[in-house]
Write a protein that binds this ligand. Structure first.
Ligand code: HEC
Length: 156
């Protein structure tokens, strides 16, 4: 798989830099963890007029930088409105790096408009970077982190 991807990078000049490493195949069974709230089709499990959780199909977090998607699943995302009935639970302790990469890759390929896959090594680095973060992530914090990442560092 790794070799196939590398060949694609050479042949098609894909932006493969970030995806180098071990890329687990998107496995639908990994999504069992999420389906109870986000629904079997990713649109959010309905309860009458309400939903347990938001649709993943329109989520910019799912399609975007895998760092934010991984963080949301590792730490959970703080509930800031009563639009959805459930809570996004932190899964840091229940998923190892391969399992997390597998579920993210399934969601990104199935509901994320074929967003680029994530490697086990990327997940390991993200987990290590945020190991001291004990609270669930907030949307404001995500925006702040994203802004800091985009802003080029001052030259030393
Ligand atoms: C117990 C229910 C529950 C489970 C299980 C769950 N989620 Fe969530 N998730 C939520 C709720 C509720 C929110 C919305 C939180 C809020 O903003 O109030 C959410 C938010 C999200 C978001 C942010 C969406 C956005 O852009 O607003 C993503 C991405 C996400 N979940 C992915 C996942 C993935 C992937 C899994 C499985 C590994 C998963 N969730 C498992 C309940 C759940």
């Amino acid at each position: 798989m790794k070799r196939v991807l590398a060949a694609h990078c050479l042949l098609l000049s894909l932006r493969c830099g970030a995806e180098a490493g071990t890329i687990p195949k998107p496995d639908p069974s990994a999504y069992n963890l999420c389906a109870g709230c986000h629904g079997l089709d990713g649109t959010g499990m309905k309860v009458g007029d309400l939903k347990l959780a938001p649709s993943l199909l329109e989520s910019p977090i799912v399609k975007g930088d895998p760092e934010w998607f991984a963080l949301v699943v590792l730490k959970g995302i703080t509930k800031e409105s009563d639009t959805h009935l459930e809570f996004m639970v932190p899964q840091e302790l229940s998923l190892d790096d391969t399992q997390l990469a597998t579920v993210l890759n399934f969601v990104r390929s199935e509901y994320g408009g074929k967003a680029a896959p994530v490697s086990v090594e990327q997940i390991a680095a993200i987990r290590a970077k945020y190991k001291d973060m004990t609270d669930s992530i907030t949307r404001a914090k995500l925006a702040e982190l994203a802004k800091a990442k985009e802003t080029p560092k001052a030259t030393p």
